[in-house]
Design a protein around this ligand. Structure first.
Ligand code: PLP
Length: 409
């Protein structure tokens, strides 16, 4: 790893919290450097990063090809605005259209913004189709779509929404997996769109069944409802196919992407089918920063490596190795439940003490994961994680499970 001589660690630690809005509960460590799936603190402690910046750092840390491309781009142009062209727009959009099997791309700066754009596009589509009354949305219990007002309005957890009410009106939440409830709600509410995650991430790494995804697709077709798949967390090859819904052979009308798309830089996108490509006209929607040359250069590096270096196949293989290892714990530890998810998007169900286990993994075993939905240890490692690191992580989890029970601070 590189030296950290340019980082003033004391300045980084002491005054930060005094002048920060207190919306994050951060760990005390200051990470200054990284290499692949490893992160290093100012003191030189090395952590194994199995959270990858919450599913973002697909190429891990300190990736030389990405670093070189970004350094080169920084010396050319960082920003030109969407009033002008730059060399990477067409190439990234073409790749995303091919990889998703859809048609046209709109770039955003985040996952929440991608969902905002998708929701707006769905309403505009219904209006253009002569159905202006169709403004509502159907979303699923356990779903998470982001923190901006529109995305939050279709996010199911009441605790996320309650302090910020009133929400954008018109969202109906349905239990996931219940096709009859979906059919009845579509008939009754005639919404603009259904939005769902094929694998619910924040909701505890919960896979929706192929039958359910197909059923929702059919019902949306039958009722003229726009089907939005939020693959912000499950997309971009993490599960072994470019979209998680590819495994079920389902195409949505709109898919939203973000997290790993620019391998660490803030970037999102929506990709829509051909019939929706002309819904948003000049002036309808936009963003000052979105789709700039620096992030698209990063996305191009990521998508090229994904396709040409077999990173997607790697995600499937390494994910299978991690899953097999995690599944073995259930036989030895009564408190360990099922393993959920696919590829390198995995959750270990720990009905009691999941938060304590996650904190112990971090503090005592230097393995970074997170606890989601209260009882699931979630892992979203970089796609460049090695077999040895998978085995190492499994060893650390076993040691943590064997250790004495500790109280969460
Ligand atoms: N959608 C899903 C499925 C997510 O997991 C997230 C973030 O965790 C979001 C949307 C929001 O993305 P962002 O934090 O980039 O706004």
């Amino acid at each position: 790893m590189r030296s950290n001589r340019t980082v003033n660690v004391d300045a980084a630690v002491a005054p930060l919290d005094a002048h920060m809005v207190r919306n994050y509960g951060r760990a005390d460590e200051v990470f200054v450097d990284g290499c692949g799936a490893e992160l290093r603190t100012a003191e030189g402690d090395v952590y194994l990063d199995f959270l990858g910046g919450i599913g973002v750092s697909a190429l891990g840390h300190g990736h030389p090809e990405l670093a070189a491309a970004l350094a080169d781009q920084a010396g050319r142009t960082l920003h030109v605005s969407n009033l002008f062209r730059h060399p990477y727009t067409v190439e990234v959009a073409t790749r995303l259209a091919r990889l998703t099997g859809l048609e046209a791309v709109l770039f955003t700066n985040s996952g929440a913004e991608a969902n905002e754009a998708a929701l707006k596009l769905a309403r505009k589509h219904q209006r253009d189709a002569g159905r202006p009354e169709r403004t509502g949305f159907i979303a699923l219990e356990g779903g998470f779509h982001g923190r901006t007002m529109g995305a939050l309005s279709v996010t199911s957890g009441a605790s996320y929404r309650a302090p910020f009410e009133p929400m954008v009106p018109g969202t109906t939440f349905l239990p996931s997996g219940d096709l009859e409830a979906m059919a009845a709600a579509l008939e009754r509410d005639r919404p603009a769109a259904v939005i769902l995650e094929p694998i619910q991430g924040e909701g505890g790494v919960v896979e929706l069944s192929t039958g359910y995804l197909r059923g929702v697709r059919d019902l949306c077709d039958a009722t003229g409802t726009v089907l939005i798949h939020d693959e912000v967390q499950s997309g971009c090859g993490r599960t072994g196919t470019f979209l998680a819904a590819d495994a079920a052979g389902i195409k949505p009308d709109v898919v939203t992407l973000a997290k790993p798309l620019a391998a660490g830089l803030p970037m999102g996108a929506i990709v829509v089918r051909a019939e929706l490509a002309d819904v948003l006209k000049p002036g309808d929607h936009g963003s000052t920063f979105a789709g700039g040359p620096l992030v698209l250069r990063a996305a191009l590096v990521f998508l090229t490596l994904l396709e040409e270096d077999g990173l997607m196949e790697r995600a499937a293989e390494l994910g299978a190795r991690l899953r097999t290892g995690l599944e073995a714990f259930a036989a030895d530890f009564p408190n360990v439940g099922a393993v959920r998810g696919r590829g390198l998007m995995l959750g270990l169900h720990v009905p009691e003490g999941a938060k304590e286990l996650q904190q112990r993994l971090y503090r005592d075993h230097h393995l970074i994961t997170n606890c989601t939905a209260g009882d699931v240890i979630r892992m979203l490692p970089p796609y460049v994680v090695t077999e040895t690191q998978i085995d190492d992580a499994l060893g650390r989890i076993r040691s943590a499970l064997e250790g004495p029970v500790i109280d969460a601070p």
